[in-house]
Design a protein around this ligand. Sequence first.
Ligand code: DQA
Length: 148
Amino acid sequence: MRTLLLLHGPNLSQLGSRDPAQYGPDSLEEVVGTARQEAAANNAHLEHLQTEHEGVLLERLHAARADGTDAILINAGAWTHTSYALRDALELLQCPKVEVHLSNIHAREAFRATSVLAPVCHGSIVGFGIDGYALAVRAACALLDRRG
Ligand code: DQA
């Protein structure tokens, strides 16, 4: 069975009560549940980690190089726009990598329009709210199918 690793960065623990107009009414647990359900429908197991600490995410990405992780899904929150360290860690991974954002980062403040992670991911899914997580799981599984 395939293992998908879903990673969440800072402030995403606050989903549900954090700016629902941008991020929707669902809690992080519900968002992860949507991803898990789609993973199960695609015969995959989904592991999840959310952290407010950048180093924790970096260490998890390093471990993913050798622990059997088949694909990465990542919503790095504000680190999306600032973290060259996360960018470099993602670049080291050869597996499918899908960036996901609840909001449309291109339709908001100028600083959100740039993702320093996008160039080292296979693709990005932005602006579809919680549904974007099911789409991201499907995109990762489709990439894995194509690899055989
Ligand atoms: C976000 C967009 C980021 O700009 C923001 O800092 C977040 C959430 C999103 O899912 O839309 O924390 O990644």
